[in-house]
Design a protein around this ligand. Structure first.
Ligand code: KMH
Ligand code: ZN
Length: 274
């Protein structure tokens, strides 16, 4: 079995300090949090950033400050996967800007529109194609975020059009109100719906995070945990930190005799050539 790639989604756009006071917001806080997550076994940091007031931002300057702080704090250096999803309602141009300006190793690529909690997350086919083109031009490896089976079909069409390279690295984000639910059957269905040449991971939202992570581990997928998706450690008990959520997965993997991929191994597995 291949090693398991663990992602920490440390901040997100929708999570607030009201939901969990330990949410990292500033570059220094994100760097300390990322370092603890890497020490606990995370190979990828899925990164959203905030402006000086703590509001979600897609500003390349805000990203740059966070990236520099994280790179300085983490040994080994994790893959920093920038979000191009941003916050629901962000303009397509602002979401694309960090790709053009910063050319990260990896970034999320959202391909389908949907209700997203009380918001609407719009990914117009024209903007998705434009975004995918920029990923290719800049050599950025996309992680394709899919919240619904129809998004897999959209991604397959983008592959056929030559806008996404094989292997596709899917992220099944399950349990978003408005997307596919977090039932284990849905994970199996999503895994069975992709081309076997492609790879996949799962991010379970809220109470779905842990059961989906444990099942994905046994099924050979990547795993994502963190405050972007879930702020609880147990029912009614807030997680103390992102690293606490990462460590629990690392401990379960170790108990099951599975090995986590170090960042450099994850780069090789994902085709990140630098
Ligand atoms: N904040 C969500 C609307 C991503 O990072 O690419 C979108 C999101 C996905 O978080
Ligand atoms: Zn995200």
């Amino acid at each position: 079995m291949e090693k398991i790639i663990l992602t920490a989604a440390i901040t997100g756009a929708e999570t607030t300090r009201e939901k969990n006071p330990a949410l990292p917001l500033t570059p220094a806080e994100q760097a300390a949090d990322a370092a603890a997550c890497v020490a606990a076994g995370a190979a990828i940091i899925h990164l959203h950033v905030r402006d000086k007031e703590g509001r979600p931002s897609q500003d390349p300057g805000d990203f740059k400050r966070a990236i520099e702080a994280i790179r300085a704090a983490c040994r080994p250096e994790p893959i920093i996967q920038l979000s191009t999803g941003g916050a629901a309602g962000d303009s397509p141009e602002s979401r694309l800007e960090p790709i053009i300006r910063l050319k990260p190793e990896m970034a999320s690529l959202n391909v389908g529109s949907m209700s997203f909690g009380e918001d609407v997350f719009i990914n117009h086919p024209r903007d998705v194609a434009e975004m995918a083109r920029h990923f290719q031009q800049a050599g950025v490896v996309p992680e394709v975020e899919v919240y619904d089976p129809s998004h897999i079909d959209i991604a397959k069409t983008l592959v056929k059009k030559g806008l996404i390279n094989r292997p596709v690295h899917y992220q099944f984000v399950l349990g978003v109100p408005g997307g596919m639910g977090g039932d284990i059957r849905n994970l199996v269905f999503m895994r069975d719906s992709i081309d076997p040449r492609d790879s996949w991971g799962v991010a379970g939202i809220g109470r779905f995070e842990l059961p989906l992570a444990v099942h994905a581990m046994m099924m050979g997928g990547r795993i994502r945990v963190g405050f972007e998706d879930n702020v609880y450690f147990a029912r009614g008990v807030l997680a103390k930190s992102n690293a606490q959520l990462v460590k629990r997965i690392a401990d379960i993997a170790a108990a099951a005799g599975l090995t986590l991929a170090a960042p450099q191994e994850a780069r090789r597995m994902l085709g990140i050539t630098g």
